[in-house]
Ligand binder design. Sequence first.
Ligand code: CAA
Length: 380
Amino acid sequence: MNFELTEIQRDIQKMTREFAARELIPNARRWDEHHEWPTDAIDKLGELSLLGIAVPEAWGGAGLDNVSYALAMEEISRGCASTGVIMSVNNSLYCDPVSKFGTEAQKEKFLKPYASGQKLGCFGLTEPQAGSDAAAQQTVAVKKGDRYIINGSKNWITVGPKADAIVLFTMTNKEAGNRGITAFIVPTDTKGFKRMAPDKKMGISAAWSCTMYFEDMEVPAENLLGKEGEGFKVAMSTLDGGRIGIASQALGIARGAYEEALRYSGERKSFGKFIREHQAIQFMLADMATEIDAARLLIHRAAVMKDKGLRHSTESAMAKLYASEMSGRVTNKALQIFGGMGYSKEMDAERHVRDARITEIYEGTSEIQRIVIAANLLKD
Ligand code: CAA
């Protein structure tokens, strides 16, 4: 067992940490307050090859491993959780399945420009009646000659308002249940594709999401991703990777909150001494640091397994479950250390609490992660 990062992994960590300090931390509060999409930051992530980190260089990516991806996600999310999830969606939920299941022609058209940051992709699984129960897809695709006619809707699609293409899940055979689900790659300028205004959310306000409708939308059969009827497996294996990204996002948010609380505890005085000299505060800081490290270890284990090509559903679920709930605990403790100032919009502590909360919900709620973990335990 080796806990040392490679030289390349350390370089990525340093580069993204500096990027976050320079480009994200000074702007994140403003972006959140004005619900402003971080256009420049996303463009720069593309220039730095951070939008297709684990995609091979031949397909426009950086050709790095998933530990590098996790490290970059932690640092970018430490700077701005909204920027972090935009990066995660393009890397994990769009580029990864196109890279894994796409044909050469699809990769040329739908991977290269996305992994290199010229375009953005999103992932359309969630529907009004198919959230946790992802197999209950009601968006229907009907084959007509060499095309499919798609009708239905998706909601809460992160990056949806800005995406150039979507990996879209549809039902092609209702009787077959999850084996009747089929994935497509659909450009968002396809006739019949409609997007609504960005959703109003509690946190990650700069990472826009929206509802979308498909009305008699014609998609050529060549845009089918994977085989007809195998879409559920495309979705589930994609989420195994996506959960590493969201766990890293949760970790980054927690680290930001912790670092700011640690610093503040050496500036604020009460009862004649710095608050960090009170054991009550020291215990909180000790718990926060320990939980942050534990989450990172779970995340890196899942990332190493993905790099080795091993099934990592359980390990990703454990990492995502622990990191997201840890982020809730740590950001709340950080707010507590800031006291009244923590509740003020003039500080970042309250934003960290709001941003952390979604990580327990999207890409599978904590309850879904427990289902995935338990299903594996009961198998043995
Ligand atoms: N990899 C490959 N195959 C998998 C798999 C995986 N990780 N997980 C399941 N499968 C396969 C199973 O082997 C099974 O195959 P067979 O039919 O051939 O046996 C098939 O898929 C069905 O598996 P289950 O019976 O376990 O499926 P289920 O209907 O009980 O659902 C679930 C399982 C875990 C609850 C699943 O529905 C799930 O993960 N739900 C949560 C959905 C989710 O995470 N949504 C997030 C949306 S994206 C998002 O949030 C993005 C964003 O905003 C940033």
